[in-house]
Structure formats: C-alpha cells, structure tokens
Ligand binder design. Structure first.
Ligand SMILES: [Zn+2]
Length: 323
C-alpha cells in the first residue's frame, strides 16, 4: 500500500463496519465545497472582527473628522444661542415701539416649527446636528417674523409721516406779517351785528401779504363768489386728504387753480377784502371729516409756546369778527 495513493477508511453507520471506499468525483467536489465554505465563513468572521475592533489609518482619519465636526457643531450651537438672545432683545424693543409710538398691537409671532429631526438622532453627533438644525430653523423663522414686523413699522412710519405732512400745521400767514384778531366760536358779526358762529379765525394783515397752504394737498375749489361760499369773496379750499380740509377767504389775488397740487408753504394768494370783510384780513378755516374745528389747535410748526399762548388768548375773546 505504501507509495500508492492514500486510501481512506469509512465507517458505515448502519452495519458498524469499516470499509474502504474510493470516493467518487461527486463526493470529492462536495467535500471541497464544504472546506471552501468553512474557510469563507472564518474569513468573513475575521473580517467582521477587524471591521469592528481594529482601526486602520483611514478609520482614524474619519474618527478625527467626526470629532472635529462635533466640535464645530457645538460652536455653531453656541453662536445660534447668542443670536437668538440678540433677536429676542430686538423683538422686545420692536414690541415697545408698536405699543408706545404707534399705539398698536405688535403682529403675532409665527408658529413654532414642527419639523422632524429624529433622523439625525441615532448617534452623539446626530444629537448635536438635530439640536443645531432646530435652533437654526427657529432662528430663521423668528428673523422672518421680525422682518415682517419691521416692514409694517416702516409702512406705519411712512403713513404717519405723510399724514403729518398733509395735516394743516402752520399759520397761513407769516407770523411777522399777520395777527390773529378773532377766534373760533360765537362772535359778533361785523355786518349783521349779532352773535353768530364764527367757523374759523381771522388774521389781520396788510393787503397783498402772501397766504400759504398750511399742509400738502390738492386745491379742491378756487374762485370768486363761488356757490356755497357766500360772503367769502375770493376764496380757495385745499383738500389735504386723511379727512382734513382748509379754507382761505377774502383774498385779493388768487394764485392757484382747482385741481392744483400744493405743498405746505405754497402761496395760494394774497390778503384782501373781497366778500363780507371790514378790513384786509384772512378768514381761515380747518375742517376735519366735514366738521369745522378750531384752527388754533392745528398750529404746530414755526411758532413758539409764548406766541401760541398769545394767539390762544386772543382767539378766546368773544369779540367782533372781521367776518
Ligand atoms: Zn372770519
């Protein structure tokens, strides 16, 4: 048997005898594949072990990158916290601006975000990313709300500015050239000699002294002895918008036409005695939403407190108007 092909012994389990049996090709192939399978299994296991427990240079680099990313994220997270605080400060000031200056309620903040960040949270870095992402989104939403609020403040400020520019706010005659001599309310009419409601104030001035528009607006009516303006002679009405109108009567010369746009300070004409007037003067009226009001309450600009008090005193005297 020596030198010959190696022979194998086989045990037949049913008869409990040892037999010599030359394995067939099929059996050999089966055995080989069994070895290969076992080898592959071990190799795979070894690979798995090295994958989980051993670390190559590439893994070390990845691990370092991850660590640096986490540090970066924590830094970002702190920055977001700081920015959120700054924004909260701005929101508080904004709310005060609304309440105090504009006497309005601040707009409602946009709703909280309900985005799902759970897909980030399967590891430590994911947790930080999830928190940072949430803060960034919340901040973006708050900034958006703030910008909407600022837009609204800007619009309000602009409308107020326009409103102030249109409101009758100056004396219609230069304060050095005219003097308020008769005020608003019941006054003795110079021609009818009885107590009649005086719907404006009278400012005496020399003939030819310029009369100015007291706020921005459009000339609604202008002419001499117009229908519905009996006794006013040469007269003009300026529509200022926002419910304000002003009337200028007894003019000598008219310098504007109906439909003309005027600015505060645009010359409308000159002082005269047209209509029912006992002497050269301007009869000036302020109308708010169709109702005549005391023009004295609308002298805001270009007048000192002392001068204002003097006008107020004079306008309170129940004297004779110049009509
Ligand atoms: Zn008058």
């Amino acid at each position: 048997m020596r030198g010959k092909k190696k022979e194998r012994l086989y045990i037949d389990a049913s008869s409990l005898t040892v037999t010599q049996h030359k394995p067939t090709w099929g059996e050999r192939l089966l055995k080989l594949s069994g070895y290969l399978l076992t080898a592959a299994l071990f190799f795979g296991l070894a690979l798995l072990v090295s994958y989980y427990f051993l670390e190559g240079p590439k893994e070390r680099r990845i691990r370092r990158d991850l660590y640096e990313s986490a540090v970066q994220y924590r830094y970002l997270d702190r920055r977001l916290d700081q920015l959120t605080e700054v924004l909260e400060d701005l929101q508080q000031r904004d709310r005060n601006l609304y309440r105090i200056i504009f006497d309005a309620e601040p707009p409602h903040q946009t709703k909280e975000l309900y985005r799902d960040y759970s897909h980030y949270t399967d590891n430590a870095l994911g947790q930080i990313i999830s928190e940072t992402s949430y803060k960034a989104d919340a901040l973006a939403s708050a900034i958006y709300a703030q910008s909407v609020s600022l837009d609204s403040i800007y619009t309000m400020a602009k409308t107020k500015e326009e409103r102030l520019q249109h409101m009758p706010a100056i004396l219609p005659i230069n304060k050095n050239e005219g003097r308020v001599v008769s005020g608003f309310g019941p006054r003795y009419h110079p021609i009818f000699k009885n107590l009649r409601p005086h719907t404006g104030i009278d400012i005496t001035a020399a003939r030819g002294v310029p009369i100015y528009a007291t706020g921005d607006g459009v000339v609604e009516k202008a002419g001499a002895n117009m229908k519905g303006f009996t006794g006013y002679g040469v007269c003009c009405v300026v529509d200022h918008g926002f419910g304000y109108k002003t009337l200028y009567a007894h003019m000598d010369k008219l310098m504007v036409r109906q439909g003309m746009k005027v600015k505060r300070g645009t010359q409308l004409g000159t002082v005269g005695t047209s209509g029912y007037a006992t002497g050269p003067h301007l009869h000036y009226e302020v109308h708010v939403n169709g109702k005549q009001v005391n023009p004295v309450y609308y002298f805001f600009i270009g007048i000192s407190p002392e001068e204002y008090l003097e006008i107020l005193e004079k306008s309170r005297e129940i004297n004779q108007s110049l009509s």
